[in-house]
Design a protein. Structure first.
Length: 86
């Protein structure tokens, strides 16, 4: 996407649900994160469909892509990530 006059601006809003790890020995549970993509220029901001979103994090200075998904017609994408990322 290029920047400039008239270019659409996307606003990502994330809402996550958290879970607690049962014990230190067990792997961290997976968490669901819902991402909503909207066009921030329009009023009210409509959802944007067919946008690929991804969630990445750093582990020992190495970027790791945890989850990728394409938004649906409501601009939502459900990302499932490990509890370690949260």
């Amino acid at each position: 996407m290029r920047d400039g006059p008239g270019s659409p601006v996307l606003l990502l809003l994330g809402m996550g649900c958290a879970a607690l790890a049962a014990a230190a020995q067990t792997p961290a549970p997976q968490l669901s994160v819902t991402v909503i993509v909207t066009n921030a220029i329009a009023r009210p901001p409509p959802p944007v469909k067919a946008v690929r979103v991804s969630l990445s994090h750093l582990e020992s200075s190495v970027q790791i892509t945890e989850a990728q998904q394409v938004t649906n017609s409501q601009g939502r994408a459900l990302l499932v990530v490990s509890g370690d990322v949260a």
